[in-house]
Design a protein around this ligand. Sequence first.
Ligand code: PA5
Length: 460
Amino acid sequence: MDFLKLVYGGSTGAVFKGPAVDPVELEKLQNRLEEADKWLRQGIDEGNDGFGWLKLPYQQTEHVFEYGNWLGNFENVVQIGIGGSALGNLMLRNALVHPYYNEIPLQKRKGPAFYVADNVDPHGSKSILDVVDISRTALIVVSKSGSTAETMANFLYFFHQLELAVGASMAPDHVLVITDESRGSLRAFAKDTGCRSLTIPSGVGGRYSVLSAVGLVSAVAMGIDIENLLEGAGEVDEKLNSRKVILDNPAWILSALHYLHYRKGRNIDVLMPYSDRLEDFVEWYAQLCAESLGKQGQGFTPVRALGSIDQHSQVQLYTEGPDDKLFTIIEVKRTDNPISIPGVNQPSLKELSYLYEKEMGQMLSYEAMATAAAIYRSGKPVLWIEVEELSPRTLGGMIFFFEYVVALTGRLLEIDPFDQPGVEQGKRYTYGFMGRKGYAEHRREAEDLFHMLNRKSIEL
Ligand code: PA5
């Protein structure tokens, strides 16, 4: 196994209490998957909108390194962005740097402390300012559209603080803008002030942008090996491109199984890694899945779970609740930090001796197996993905793999996995409420709808 192993025996066959997926049904999707793969590859060649992420493993990275290294001049970096302009950064940090990275003393860290301002909850934004010296802080402001209200509001807030701290003329020297080549307020700001800026390639959508400057610049600043990250993504791309028979291609199988189980009423997609380092990967995947596939009355509800914690929270529902979910458990085989559980010389703890000298990571793996077995025993379909280790290379490969699976699944569902009309609707209503010029009609519409909700209410 170079990157991952997909175990899918628990998701086909006649063991289910509910409708089963016959292995023959999988093979019958060969032609449709072949067509979907061709559609993707043709989309890149023709430079179609939304397909640009397939080229990201092969991009030039000089500017990413230049600006990532420039961030090393600061004590802190605050990335301002939301959705696809933030979740990938959090995923990379969670998976590839120390969980308490920001708390490690600056001299021992590989780069500046890293914060993300995504929500417009003043509590979160103010709290960042409580812990950073803004005069020693750089802002990375990321927005594909260059206009998303939350990102703009946080940008104005932090930029103003910078102006107060270092003066209006110096403040732009602390800012890196990552946005569209020509449209939006951020591009105009970069042109006017001459602050540093990078471009999000036009064909790359927000939730597919983690392997562009959006995710890579902060990764370089935190010392993540982005060359290996991209190399892993490229290797997986090549492997997937060389396997055009369904039973030979794990991404095709995964996509087909999602599609087939969905058709049989399982429209909840539970992704449950047994690794703290993949907690934000699941968060990132949830956006990718929901925004790409939730369209035209179709889609999967992504559920973020984490083993073993959710064994003590969700597994009751998973095993004995409704049969409306497809489960995917991820096991990372190698841990960098083994702990041998010590035996202690306390007679009162004798019953715990079954744990003595056992390795804690091994215990986590057994827990993953226990959950898979319990779900399967209850008659529900369960997939298992094994990853040898979590490194920049393997994570890059996994990112590309899941993006490809989601895009293929979108094609099987006959929807466009690269647009997000529902998100845009919410953005228009927000602009309207906040008084943006040209959006008054949207405000009226949203207010009318909201008043309809209010026809019935009750106080306590
Ligand atoms: O995937 C998407 O397109 C969205 O989730 C965006 O990432 C999100 O809405 C933020 O948009 P923008 O980057 O334009 O500010």
